[in-house]
Design a protein around this ligand. Structure first.
Ligand SMILES: NC(=O)c1ccc[n+]([C@@H]2O[C@H](COP(=O)([O-])OP(=O)(O)OC[C@H]3O[C@@H](n4cnc5c(N)ncnc54)[C@H](OP(=O)(O)O)[C@@H]3O)[C@@H](O)[C@H]2O)c1
Length: 280
């Protein structure tokens, strides 16, 4: 790679918003690390980027957020190269899926939130080595449907039929994580943002139960290229002073009341540290 390029690590860049963001940021001069499950799918994106931006603009790192061990291995591989990281985009996600992670967490909670909690913490020193680095976490407006977190339900198999309530909890966790992370970053060169991208036509909707799919036709969906505008804004332009905010439509937005609870954000952070301590 060109050692002068800033490095952006994006989770889940094999499709949808992650892929469109990788292409956009590679075009803006970043070296892109695509962290994801399938080498084959990620190689297609790498070929696309290399053919438009030039060879060695990106690389793939194996990451399955369903396994905390895989998260640790992914971070270790990156850290071994001893390179500063300028941008971490916690993007990968599942919705309407059912199951549990390798360590026994509810699937959406584990993949969308807990894996990213561990990844971020493991990469923090690398982010501190860059000037003005950023952590951008993709959440969703769907978090507004959550009234409280039932700590017993984030462990074990998805209990609802649709998996949507679990998805909403995982997206609330993303916002609470961003809130507490930002506090811990005060006084450092790193800032953290989270955002709702809008409703975007991506693969994420494929796992929705069939009886909910007609609802999607009612909403007019953005293309992934349109849907990344707030991700790109938070990655390149949002002011350092706005560390910790929730964005939509390239502007600070107001999340739900519970997403603004400092006490809940601290509790989630402490529980997550305990859950992941053997991998830290
Ligand atoms: N689309 C929307 O309308 C919308 C709205 C609000 C928020 N979001 C958020 O936007 C983010 C991106 O989603 P998208 O809409 O672009 O969906 P997408 O096209 O389905 O992309 C999801 C990405 O996550 C990856 N992923 C899934 N499970 C993973 C795992 N266990 N380990 C590593 N990577 C995994 C997928 O990789 P594989 O190719 O290996 O499956 C894929 O690259 C998600 O966090 C989602 O919650 C989307």
């Amino acid at each position: 790679m060109n050692s002068k390029k800033k490095i952006a690590l994006i989770t889940g860049a094999s499709s949808g918003l992650g892929k469109a963001t990788a292409i956009k940021l590679a075009g803006a001069g970043f070296h892109i690390v695509l962290a994801g499950r399938s080498e084959e799918k990620n190689q297609i994106v790498i070929n696309e980027i290399n053919s438009s931006v030039g060879q060695n603009s990106c690389e793939w790192l194996p990451l399955d957020l369903k396994s905390l061990l895989s998260v640790k291995n992914c971070a270790d591989l990156f850290l071994k190269s001893n390179r500063p990281l300028s941008l971490l985009i916690n993007n990968a996600g599942v919705a309407g899926a059912s199951g549990r992670t390798s360590e026994g967490f509810e699937l959406s909670f584990g993949v969308n939130y807990l894996g990213h909690f561990l990844l971020t913490n493991l990469l923090l020193n690398s982010l501190k080595k860059s000037r003005n680095s950023r952590i951008v976490t993709i959440t969703s407006k769907v978090h507004k449907h959550v009234r409280f977190i039932d700590w017993e339900l984030v462990i074990g198999k998805t209990s609802s039929i649709t998996g949507i309530s679990e998805y909403a909890v995982s997206k609330l966790a993303n916002i609470l994580f961003n809130r507490e992370l930002a506090k811990k970053l005060v006084g450092t060169n790193v800032s953290a943002y989270c955002l709702h991208p809008g409703i975007v036509d991506t693969n994420i909707w494929r796992t929705l139960p069939f009886f909910l799919k007609p609802l999607l036709k009612i909403k007019s969906m953005q293309t992934p290229e349109e849907g990344i505008k707030t991700i790109v804004y938070c990655s390149l332009e949002a002011p350092h002073a706005e560390n910790g905010y929730y964005y939509s439509n390239k502007r600070i937005d107001t999340p739900s009341d519970i997403a603004k609870s400092d006490a809940l954000a601290v509790e989630l952070w402490e529980r997550s540290r305990e859950w992941t301590k053997q991998f830290m």
